[in-house]
Design a protein around this ligand. Structure first.
Ligand SMILES: Cc1ncc(COP(=O)(O)O)c(C=O)c1O
Length: 388
C-alpha cells in the first residue's frame, strides 16, 4: 500500500490503516470541501448556504463532511431522510437540519425531538406533526411544486391547501421552498417556476404566514441566477467540486480521489480475449493489469471497454467487461508496470504530473451523472480523510 501523505482519519468501523487490506479506497479532501464552501459563499453572499449532504454527502461520507462544514460556519444542512438527519445529530451536529423530502413512516415525534426541520407538502403530515408537538409550536418548510411534478403542493392547489392550514395547532411556516427542474439547462422553464414561486409566496403571505427562509436554488441556480437565491441556497454538487458554470469551474477543487493498485500483470498475444464474454480482443502484444475494483465497489459496468485510469501518470484504457470485484486495463503505454503500482480512477496522481480524471469525465464514460458516480461508490470502499 502507498504510504498516506498526511494524517488519515478512518471511518469508525475500520480501526487502523493496516486492517484495510484491500488497496481500493476513496480519499476525501475535507480542505477542498471547505474551500468550495468559501467559493460558493463568496459568490452568493449575503445569502445563506444550506449544505446538501444527503446520500452520505453524495458518497463522500456524511459525518466527517458535515463536521468540517459546521466548523466552517455553514448555515445548515439539507438531508433527504429523517434517518440522515438523526445520524447527523448523533454525530454532534448542532446546526439547522432540513429534511428535504418530507417525513415518511410516522417518525414525527423523533423528527421534532431531534430538532430537525421537516419539509411538508401534505396536510395529514402537518396534522401528524401538530399531534406529535402536543400543542407546542413547531416550524416547517412548506414545499410548493412549481413545475417539476415530483414533490410539493402543486402550485395550482396551493390556495385550497392554505385554507386548510388554519386549523393546524402550533404551526409556524418558517420556510417556503421549491425545486428547480433545469436550473443549468432551461432558463425558460426556470423563469416559469420562479414566477409560480413568487405567486405562491404572495398567497402564503395573504394567508397570514411570514416565512423568513425562501429557497429555490440548487448549485446551478445559486451560481448562475442571482434572482433565484432568495434567503438561502441549497448547495450540493458545488461543495464536492463541480460547477455548472464553466467559467467558475477552476475556482472549485475536486474533493474525492478513488484509487487502487495493480494486483496482477500479464502479457497478451494478438487474439487473446479479456474478461467475461471476452469482449476485448488484443490486436497486438498488450500488457494487461488487473485491478481489484469492480461494480461491487461502484465502478459501473457501463465503463466496460470505455473507462480510463491513471497508471504511472499515463491514461490507460479499461479493456474488457468490468466484473463485480475486478477490472482490467491496457497498461502497455505506462512502462514498467508491476503489482503494487497505484491506479487512479478518479482524481490525479501528483507524483507523475497534473493529469486528472474528473467525476464528470468518469460519469460521461459511464453514461451517467457525477452525482451517480459518487453515490455508487459502495460501502466496501473505505473513505479516508485529509484535513478536518
Ligand atoms: C431539493 C434539493 N435541493 C437541492 C439539491 C442540491 O442540488 P445540487 O447538488 O445540484 O446542488 C438537491 C439535490 O438533488 C435537492 O434534491
Amino acid at each position: 500500500m502507498t504510504a498516506p501523505t498526511k494524517t488519515l482519519v478512518l471511518r469508525p468501523r475500520v480501526q487502523r490503516v493496516d486492517e484495510c487490506l484491500r488497496p481500493t479506497r476513496a480519499e476525501v479532501d475535507l480542505d477542498a470541501i471547505a474551500h468550495n464552501l468559501r467559493v460558493v459563499r463568496c459568490a452568493v453572499q449575503p445569502t445563506k448556504v444550506l449544505a446538501v449532504v444527503k446520500a452520505d454527502a453524495y458518497g463522500h461520507g456524511v459525518v466527517p463532511v458535515a463536521l468540517r462544514l459546521e466548523e466552517e460556519g455553514v448555515d445548515g444542512f439539507g438531508v433527504a431522510l429523517a434517518e440522515e438527519g438523526i445520524e447527523l445529530r448523533d454525530a454532534g451536529i448542532e446546526s439547522a437540519i432540513v429534511v428535504l423530502n418530507g417525513v415518511y413512516g410516522g417518525a414525527h415525534e423523533e423528527v421534532l425531538a431531534a430538532g430537525l426541520t421537516p419539509v411538508v407538502y401534505d396536510l395529514s403530515e402537518l396534522e401528524a406533526f401538530a399531534r406529535a408537538a402536543g400543542g407546542r409550536p413547531f416550524a416547517v418548510h412548506l414545499k410548493v411544486d412549481t413545475g417539476m411534478s415530483r414533490l410539493g403542493v402543486p402550485w395550482r392547489e396551493l390556495g385550497g391547501f392554505l385554507e386548510r392550514l388554519e386549523g393546524v395547532r402550533g404551526l409556524r411556516v418558517e420556510g417556503l421552498m421549491t425545486h428547480l427542474a433545469a436550473a443549468d439547462s432551461d432558463d425558460e422553464l426556470t423563469a416559469l417556476q420562479l414566477g409560480r414561486f413568487a405567486d405562491a409566496l404572495a398567497q402564503l403571505r395573504a394567508a397570514g404566514h411570514r416565512p423568513t427562509l425562501l429557497h429555490a436554488a440548487n448549485s446551478a441556480a445559486a451560481l448562475r441566477l442571482p434572482h433565484a437565491r432568495f434567503d438561502m441556497v441549497r448547495v450540493g454538487i458545488a461543495l464536492f467540486g463541480l460547477s455548472s458554470v464553466p467559467e467558475l469551474q477552476r475556482s472549485f477543487r475536486p474533493a474525492m480521489r478513488l484509487r487502487s493498485e495493480v494486483i496482477a500483470v500479464r502479457e497478451l498475444r494478438p487474439g487473446d480475449r479479456v474478461g467475461y464474454d471476452g469482449t476485448f480482443v488484443a490486436e497486438r502484444p498488450t500488457k494487461l493489469a488487473t485491478v481489484p475494483i469492480g461494480y461491487g465497489d461502484g465502478l459501473m459496468r457501463a465503463n466496460s471497454n470505455r473507462g480510463v485510469a491513471l497508471v504511472r501518470g499515463v491514461r490507460c484504457p479499461l479493456v474488457g467487461n468490468v466484473s463485480m470485484d475486478l477490472s482490467t486495463f491496457d497498461v502497455s503505454a505506462a512502462g514498467e508496470v508491476t503489482p503494487g503500482d497505484e491506479v487512479v480512477l478518479l482524481g490525479g496522481q501528483p507524483a507523475y504530473g497534473d493529469d486528472t480524471i474528473g467525476a464528470a469525465e468518469l460519469a460521461q464514460a459511464s453514461g451517467t451523472l457525477p452525482y451517480e458516480v459518487w453515490c455508487a461508490i459502495s460501502r466496501r470502499v473505505p473513505r479516508f480523510y485529509r484535513g478536518g
